[in-house]
Design a protein around this ligand. Sequence first.
Ligand code: ATP
Ligand code: MG
Length: 437
Amino acid sequence: MYLSQLFIPITKDLPAEAKIKSHQLMLQTGMIRQSSAGIYSWLPLGFKVMKKIEQIVREEQNSIGAQEMLMPTIQSAEIWKESGRYDDYGEEMLRIKDRQGRDMLYGPTNEELITDIFRSSVKSYKSLPQILYHIQWKFRDEIRPRFGVMRCKEFFMKDAYSFDLTDDEAKKSYNKMFFSYLKTFNRLGLKAIPMAADTGPIGGDLSHEFIILAETGESQIFADKRIFEINLDKYDFSDASLSKMRKDFTEIYAATDEKFDEKKFNSEVDKKNQIKTKGIEVGHIFYFGDKYSKPMNCLIDDKSGKKISVKMGSYGIGVSRLVGAAIEANYNNGIMKWPRPISPFDTVIIPSFNKNNQENLQKAEKIYQELKKQNIDVLLDDVDENMSNKFKKHDLIGIPFQIIIGSKSEENKFEFKELNSESEMLSLEEIKSKLKR
Ligand code: ATP
Ligand code: MG
């Protein structure tokens, strides 16, 4: 892609309400544009990052056998009346009427709809267990949308739902999902800590939030640093290994302010290991048994032919929030550096040139074609402006690798720089192999 052709409306004037870095940076680099309070359009640069995050989330869901589907954004109020949440959900639910006057709503979550689908399709224990998920827009009429994509009204979420015959089986599904969340956030280059959580309006008795550390987060968190030392590679998908994994993670102290116990924290965690900071919730998992299946009559024949309510859990990841969260976690000293797997481009070529001397631009063009042949997603900064402005701009766009074609380049060696590190002179072959790694 040529920067001159990319639709990337960089802005300098920031609205006063853009208080945190991710919000500012996403507006500055033209990743998003607000269309009304808490509602955003995703422009090409931001959309590309979000799609990369979505794909990693999808792969890790598929790897535990969860099956992707797609439910609509607009739901009928009927099923919410059955579960009892139509009245409970309150003003966060956007309620609408269709032309026949039927009550509809824009889905804030999908427990009811998936239960409705399941009860009409599955009747026997033989079809269990199942995990279904979709990645779809949600709407919650937040009273105070803020922080850009972190807390908005319309947001993109992965939500999964598990169906099991017994509590014990359901906990195995829960553990699988727990593990897949840790792997997902690792792949995104983020360190997320699972923390026991209140179950809130979704209800139930077992719940964890996955929180990444960031000064600008909304939750106060208290944790033991050693949680970051646990190596995920030592676990596999056997039930025994998964339950050991959950035990290992939940034995180490980690709590949000809602569940914080100062005495326990100080007695269990050495001063030098104490983390007291803020965090951003990027995922939330719940086990709630028959909270929906019971009122909605989602019944399964067990082995003896007895009808029992299916046991369910639900599992969310804030895909659009993660774009902002990744910025909060990786922005440092005026420089944004995307983790490689979610960077909008693999590398950027920055040639120094002007109207009268285009030699470097031509060299850059050759390298660009070579890298494209290797399936490396490369951006060529072919905009005629001085190098210091270019560098400032790329510090914000945050592509982790730069190939600089300027005074230092030699016949066959080019300046290759990873953001935040010293540059080195490399041949094109060496650059290719670094980028392919
Ligand atoms: P929060 O506590 O932040 O309000 P929640 O507990 O209501 O979130 P869940 O129902 O658990 O959210 O939703 C799953 C995930 O969706 C959250 O972990 C979060 O990452 C994301 N999410 C929830 N609400 C919003 C929002 N208003 N804007 C962006 N992402 C959101
Ligand atoms: Mg939550």
